[in-house]
Design a protein around this ligand. Structure first.
Ligand code: SF4
Length: 292
C-alpha cells in the first residue's frame, strides 16, 4: 500500500484488462451502502438524475470553460439551450423538454456563474494554474489479481492549492470540508501526477438559498492522508473481489433505522436490490423512476 512519503512517481500505469479502478465518488457511495455500486451492471439499475445534480454539472462546465479559455463566457450564457441540452442528453440521457422550467434553470446557472466571476475569479489572479478539470490516475497498491488505482478530477489545481466548486441547497458546515474524503485523496493523487505537495484544499460552495459563494478552507496532515489512502485501497480490493454487502442501516445507527439513502428517490440500485426489505413502514414495492 502506498503512503504519502512513498508515492511512486514512475509507478505502474493503469491496465484496463487486469487492474481495478476506483473513483472517490464510488467510495462515498460504498461508505453509505456498497450495494449502491454493486448493482450498477443490473438492467434494473437507474442512473441518478436530479435537478441539483444537473445544476452542479452545468455550473462546473461554464466555470471550467472560463478558466480554460481565460475569458468570460458570454457566448455560453447566450446559448444555454444548446449546451445544457447537450450535457443533459450525453451525461444523463435526459432532455430540456423534461425540465419543468428551463428559463428558471438557466437563470440560476447565470447567477451562479456571474457571482463566481465577481467573487471567486478575482482570487485566482496571480495563481499559477497547473490543471483544470483534468483526470488523473493514482497507483494505490497491489490487489489480488492486478493493481488498484484511484481516478480523480479536481476542478482546479494551482501551484499553491487544490480547489473545488460545489453547489448546495444550503450553507456547508466547516466539518463537511474537514471530513471530506475527496480532499484527503486528491492531495496524494496530484502529488503523484504533478509532483505538487499540497496539503491545502479550498472548497468554494455556491449556496443556492443565498445565491452567494462561500469559501471553506481545509488542511490535511500526512497521517490523515495516509489513513485515506489505506481506506481507498480497501474499497478498491472490495470492488476487485466484487463484494458488495448491502447496508440499508448505517453502521453508526444504534436504533437500527434505515438510512436516509435507502429510499427509491435516493438509491439507483433500489429496483434491483432485495436487501431493502426491512418491514419498517417504507413501501419497498414502490418502483423507483427517474425524475427531475
Ligand atoms: S436499496 Fe438500500 S440496501 Fe439496497 S443498495 Fe440501495 S441503499 Fe443499499
Amino acid at each position: 500500500m502506498v503512503k504519502w512519503n512513498q508515492l511512486p512517481y514512475d509507478g505502474p500505469k493503469y491496465d484496463e484488462s487486469q487492474d481495478t479502478l476506483i473513483r472517490q465518488s464510488s467510495i462515498g457511495q460504498m461508505q453509505l451502502c456498497p450495494g449502491r455500486i454493486g448493482f450498477m451492471n443490473s438492467p434494473k439499475y437507474l442512473a441518478m438524475i436530479s435537478e441539483p445534480l444537473a445544476f452542479g454539472t452545468m455550473v462546473h462546465h461554464i466555470i471550467s470553460q472560463d478558466i480554460i479559455e481565460n475569458k468570460q463566457q458570454d457566448r455560453l450564457l447566450l446559448s444555454m439551450n444548446e449546451w445544457v441540452e447537450e450535457i443533459l442528453v450525453d451525461d444523463y440521457e435526459w432532455s430540456l423538454t423534461k425540465v419543468p422550467n428551463p428559463r428558471d434553470f438557466f437563470a440560476e446557472i447565470t447567477v451562479a456563474y456571474r457571482t463566481w466571476v465577481d467573487r471567486v475569479k478575482p482570487t485566482l489572479a496571480g495563481e499559477e494554474i497547473l490543471a483544470c478539470e483534468e483526470e488523473f490516475f493514482m497507483y494505490l497498491g497491489k490487489g489480488n489479481t492486478g493493481n488498484i488505482f484511484l481516478k480523480g478530477t479536481a476542478d482546479l489545481v494551482t501551484a499553491n492549492r487544490l480547489m473545488d466548486w460545489k453547489t448546495s441547497g444550503r450553507a456547508w458546515k466547516q466539518a463537511k470540508a474537514d471530513f471530506s474524503f475527496q480532499a484527503s485523496v486528491y492531495m496524494p493523487l496530484h502529488r503523484q501526477a504533478l509532483g505538487v505537495e499540497h496539503q491545502d484544499f479550498w472548497f468554494w460552495v455556491f449556496n443556492r438559498q443565498q445565491a452567494s459563494w462561500e469559501l471553506l478552507k481545509t488542511k490535511r496532515t500526512v497521517a490523515q492522508i495516509n489513513a485515506a489512502l489505506a481506506t481507498a485501497i480497501q474499497y478498491g480490493k472490495q470492488i476487485e473481489a466484487e463484494s458488495y454487502p448491502c447496508t440499508p442501516v448505517p453502521e453508526a445507527s444504534f436504533n437500527k433505522q434505515r438510512g436516509w439513502y435507502c429510499k427509491p428517490k435516493w438509491c439507483s440500485s433500489w429496483n434491483a436490490c432485495d436487501a431493502k426489505f426491512m418491514n419498517d413502514g417504507i413501501n419497498e414495492k414502490e418502483v423507483a423512476v427517474r425524475s427531475w
